[in-house]
Write a protein that binds this ligand. Structure first.
Ligand SMILES: [Zn+2]
Length: 413
């Protein structure tokens, strides 16, 4: 009798534990409008989350934990080009990613928090060795921030000094060993210095080929001639792309090379923070004068690129000190100045952005089996793109980091 009672008690205890675990981890989100990340609009349904993933889209799921009706729900955004550790130092001036003090580490963590609160649940940093501890702390759940992919140390083209093809291949392997998720290559000067090609075709071929062999993607900082050279080298993605011709863009479309142009935020941020950048390495009066001339060229690039059939245009901001947490401004620039359709702009930072990262089956889409990266905007970005500034809800990997919904939740409806 005593044993029977004991067994019963154990069974009740086990069943209670299993039940409480599954119920605690199940979250139902009600939505009136969902942009699924792939271009479809779902109406009046519910997203069911268990653990880190979306397990169902079910209009009958209940009880409701988060009522996002009246908002626009979409997958967390992906920024393909970020410099998460760049910040302004104690004197208010740009220190880039070079500082490794405790203050700089806290500033990086603050940048990550601001970026997540702005609706970005994944970013690609292109890159700095200081990304690594931040990436790993966030991945372990110890710090709030977007999922980070990093290039660690970029390969900087310096003509012959870049190295022989064998030396370049060794450099790429070293990044992989250091924990790089991708490879960043500078195949052109800064646009502030003219944007000329800084690597030979042979050097670029070696870099992108070695990365491919290691299963790493290659992102190439390129303008003008460097765009075609990087495309011919079989590199994965072109960053910036200013001064590319329509023929270059068509070649990219043909070869499936992604392009990540910046319609405005990066230059607007530099101009706004000129005093904090000027005099720091790489930032001169001449450089600032050049940027004012380049801004309209960047608008034109986005306009031209949008008209090239099958060209895969992803979303990347090139966020540096001063723009962490304002990444979504680039959506406004793309739509207002680049002539991009709002839905296309959203997809570029959702399913297409995920595909470019090689994570197309894991993030960037609201559907069963995907990571529960879910944000909600207070308004409709398809009719007013400035809605991207009003992020009311952020969930990443099933964890809610922001819930600033104004109306009370309709529990159990
Ligand atoms: Zn950059």
């Amino acid at each position: 009798m005593y044993i029977r009672i004991l067994i019963c008690a154990v069974l009740i205890c086990i069943s209670f534990q299993v039940h409480s675990q599954t119920t605690a981890r199940r979250i139902v989100i009600a939505a009136s409008t969902i942009l699924d990340g792939k271009g479809h609009v779902l109406k009046n349904t519910r997203i069911v989350v268990e653990g880190t993933k979306i397990v169902a889209i079910d209009p009958k799921a209940s009880p409701i934990d988060y009522d996002l009706r009246g908002l626009t729900v979409l997958p967390g955004w992906i920024d393909a080009h970020d410099h998460i550790t760049w910040s302004f130092g104690k004197d208010g001036k740009n220190v880039g990613p070079g500082e490794t003090t405790q203050e700089a580490a806290y500033r990086s963590a603050a940048n990550a928090w601001a970026t997540l609160m702005a609706g970005f649940t994944t970013i690609q940093s292109v890159g700095s060795p200081t990304d690594l501890p931040l990436r790993d702390a966030i991945a372990r759940g110890e710090l709030p921030g977007p999922r980070i992919l990093t290039a660690v140390e970029p390969l900087v083209g310096r003509g012959e000094q870049t190295g022989t093809p064998d030396q370049i291949r060794a450099f790429i392997r070293k990044q992989k060993e250091s924990g790089a998720d991708l490879i960043k290559i500078f195949a052109a000067q800064s646009i502030r210095q003219g944007g000329k090609l800084t690597m030979s075709q042979e050097q670029l071929n070696a870099a992108c080929d070695e990365a491919k062999k290691l299963g790493l993607r290659t992102l190439v900082h390129a303008y003008g001639d460097a765009v075609r050279a990087a495309t011919l080298a079989g590199c994965t993605q072109i960053e910036h792309g200013t001064l590319a011709t329509d023929d270059d863009l068509k070649l990219m479309a043909e070869k499936g090379t992604y392009i990540d142009p910046q319609a405005g935020l990066i230059i607007e941020n530099y101009l706004r923070n000129k005093e904090r950048y000027i005099g720091t390495p790489g930032y001169t009066e001449e450089g600032f004068a050049a940027m004012e001339k380049i801004l309209p060229l960047n608008h034109q690039l986005v306009q031209r690129a949008s008209k090239i059939p099958n060209l895969k245009i992803v979303f990347g901001t090139d966020a540096v000190a001063g723009s962490h947490g304002s990444n979504a401004e680039e959506f406004i620039d793309r739509v207002r100045d680049g002539g991009v359709k709002p839905l296309t702009a959203m997809i570029s930072a959702n399913s297409l952005g995920a595909e470019a990262l090689g994570l197309g089956d894991q993030i960037g889409t609201i559907a069963k089996g995907f990571q529960a990266d879910i944000i909600a905007l207070d308004g409709d970005p398809l009719t007013d793109i400035t809605t991207v500034r009003r992020v009311a809800f952020v969930m990443k990997g099933g964890v809610v980091y922001k819930n600033a919904i104004r109306k009370p939740s309709a529990k159990g409806a």
